[in-house]
Design a protein. Structure first.
Ligand code: KDO
Length: 334
């Protein structure tokens, strides 16, 4: 008589061998590859959120996706991700209002300083009718689908040398680094500074060597990218409640079945929620951290900044292409 344990062991071994020669390679081949490219540094919440995305998909769709996370702009240069996604060379990224405004000009309303009030309002705007209308145009014109709205934080000025900054006039001649597009440079100029373009990955060295006098970013990014090591002051202008959008190339999204689409969307939303929660919490604690690091943290005349920046946008060509009534609709969103 066959010893039952030997029998079952042999059967199992046989089954395992069959699996390894036939089924496993074909299983591996059917995994959908999702490549992500972001300029975010590893210690920033909007970098860590991609691990939440990956883990969520592992759980909801085990073995179906191969999520590959590329940080520090190691796969695509900052700002080139939307074109890569449209071509189908990249599956996912987080794209800014500034990226979108290049192809959907009316989206520039969200590149304007002092437009969105706070992260709660930001979520309501983009999860409500305004978001639905604009995201439809984004999909049509950019061939990418926004899946979730990520609070990047509220942008503040961060200067190499201490300066008494009360109004935009005090920033005259300050060489302020901005990301490289005309919409970003316009924001820097609207703040009163001399805006100069530079990729995020080059900012630390620029501040260290003095090729720039300052940069603007939300406090959690100033911490994660260690800009506080090479700057002496933070000026709390709070000039832009910044958002980025987790977006997937339409080519990749349309190739998924309905259940997969739902799981990828849910994973993106879980990632955004993780970022938003942690970023808001950290943002509230960072003034103390920077003070301890020896930086001076000052508050300017916020009314002067708000009035001047808002007037600059209202009188610009950007405002002419904003959909009729959108500013009022944004203001009415609470
Ligand atoms: C930056 O370059 O200042 C910026 O904050 C712009 C954002 O749109 C986004 O690209 C961000 O950098 C990167 O994700 C790095 O944090």
């Amino acid at each position: 008589m066959t010893n039952p344990s030997t029998f079952s062991r042999r059967t199992l071994l046989g089954a395992a061998a069959a699996l390894s020669t036939v089924s496993l390679p074909s299983l591996a081949q059917t995994k959908t590859v999702l490549r992500i490219s972001t300029p975010a540094v590893p210690d920033d919440w909007h970098a860590k959120m991609w691990t939440v995305f990956k883990d969520a998909l592992e759980k909801s769709a085990p073995g179906e996706f191969d999520v590959q996370i590329n940080l520090n702009a190691s796969l695509f240069k900052q700002g080139t991700e939307p074109a890569a996604m449209a071509r189908g060379n990249l599956e996912l990224s987080s794209i800014s209002a500034f990226d979108i405004a290049k192809l959907v000009p009316e989206f520039s309303v969200f590149t304007a300083g002092y437009m969105v009030r706070d992260p709660e309002q930001q979520q309501k705007i983009f999860n409500g009718p305004i978001g639905a209308e604009l995201f439809k145009t984004v999909s049509e014109k950019m061939d990418v689908t926004p899946l979730a709205t990520v609070y990047l934080g509220t942008r503040q000025l961060n200067l190499r040398e201490v300066k008494n900054v009360k109004t935009p006039a005090d920033l005259k001649d300050v060489k302020l680094r901005m990301p490289g597009s005309k919409e970003w440079l316009f924001l820097g100029e609207a703040l009163g500074a001399t805006a100069t373009p530079l990729a995020f990955g080059e900012v630390y060295l620029g501040l260290k060597t003095g090729t720039i006098d300052g940069q603007d970013n939300p406090l959690p990014s100033v911490r994660a990218a260690k800009f506080y090591e090479v700057t002496k002051q933070i000026v709390l202008t709070s000039h832009l409640v910044d958002g980025i959008f987790i977006a997937i190339s339409n080519k990749s999204f349309n190739a998924l079945n309905a259940a997969q689409k739902q799981k990828v969307t849910a994973a993106a939303q879980a990632a955004a929620a993780y970022n938003n929660e942690n970023r808001i919490k950290e943002e509230a604690q960072l003034v103390e951290f920077f003070k301890k690091e020896g930086l001076q943290v000052s508050t300017p005349d916020l009314d002067a900044f708000r009035k001047s920046v808002q007037a600059t946008y209202q009188n610009s060509d950007y405002a002419k292409i904003w959909p009729k009534g959108i500013v009022e609709r944004i203001n009415a969103t609470r």
